[in-house]
Design a protein around this ligand. Structure first.
Ligand code: ACO
Length: 281
């Protein structure tokens, strides 16, 4: 296994734990599309401490892979994720509060690692995305769901709150929608998720998710990797800020840096030369 990401999909190239049933699978294509699969189908991909640590490892690995252009996230066995493992949560209820804090912080850090990935991230959602599973969806840049998928921020029905996922959900669907969905905890369908902005597209059959994957993998070859990372960061940095002189100078500095940078120069020159830029191969 010389290069852990230069192999086609459907071949497991980076088992995170040396176990027969790794909780997370990482596969990749030579073109730079990575596929992360939550792999606890018998528990509907509910995540416990082991899966959270494995996901964090995978996202850390991917963040350093310059050849990866897009990261897809999905669940094995037809369900995206049933959220936090409630058996694990039941156990944790007997621990002191500070241990619960440390435990919850690991989940918060894993979500941040996903959100901070420099590549485009895409959730391919089917079956159900409940609680923390819906949080994973919100932490991705794009989410596409199979018609019939059920969603819920069901935490209040368990006497909990969607705390660690809330920064991503509020950004994705807005404060008003988040209050409504968090407080009611009700199950909603893919059409509601689309209306709320939790997902951007619905596909009507499972092959549709594969089509989206192939299309985005191809499209992302046209995007300069450094510009993609900077564009994602740009959104986080301007979001909610007052449009004052400070912000205008900040944005002007960013584009000036890009204009004189290698990618900016190559991209503009390639357009004028009517050829593909170097990153498109
Ligand atoms: N934690 C632990 N085990 C779970 C979870 C979970 N969140 N969700 C499902 N499972 C287990 C079930 O206990 C069952 O195990 P068993 O076979 O040993 O009895 C198995 O997964 C299959 O579950 P079913 O309910 O039979 O699967 P189904 O496909 O009918 O429904 C669904 C899937 C809708 C996701 C349902 O399991 C469900 O509602 N789960 C709870 C989801 C939830 O409320 N999550 C929020 C957790 S709180 C948080 O994330 C912070």
């Amino acid at each position: 296994m010389s290069d852990p990401i230069a192999t086609p999909f459907n071949e497991v190239v980076h088992p995170i734990t040396p176990s027969e049933h790794p909780p997370v699978l990482l596969e990749a294509t030579p073109e730079g599309a990575a596929l992360v699969t939550l792999n606890r189908p018998e528990k509907r991909n509910a995540f416990d401490a082991g899966m959270i640590a494995a996901l964090h490892d995978v996202f850390t690995t991917l963040a350093a892979q310059e050849t990866v252009r897009v990261v897809f996230l999905r669940g094995a066995g037809g369900t995206f994720s049933a959220g936090a493992d409630l058996a694990w949560m039941r156990e944790a209820a007997d621990w002191p509060e500070d241990e619960n804090f440390d435990d919850a912080l690991e989940l918060a850090r894993m979500l941040k690692a996903l959100h901070a990935l420099p590549q485009l991230t895409v959730a391919l959602v089917e079956g159900a995305a409940f609680g923390g599973g819906a949080g994973l969806v919100a932490a991705c840049d794009i989410a596409v769901a199979l018609q019939g998928t059920k969603f819920a921020f069901s935490e209040v029905r368990l006497g909990l709150t969607p705390a660690t996922i809330s920064p991503y959900v509020v950004r994705a669907i807005g404060a008003r929608n988040a209050r409504a969905m968090f407080a009611a905890g009700r199950v909603f369908d893919a059409h509601d998720a689309l209306r709320l902005g939790l997902i951007q597209e619905i596909v009507t059959e499972a092959e549709g998710l594969e089509r989206v994957r192939a299309t985005l993998a191809r499209e992302m070859l046209a995007a300069a990797p450094g510009a993609v990372a900077d564009a994602k960061q740009l959104v986080d940095d301007v979001d909610g800020r007052r449009i004052d002189d400070h912000l205008m100078r900040d944005t002007a500095r960013r584009i000036a840096k890009r204009r004189v940078g290698a990618e900016g120069q190559e991209g503009v020159r390639a357009f004028l030369d009517k050829r593909k830029p170097s990153w498109q191969g």
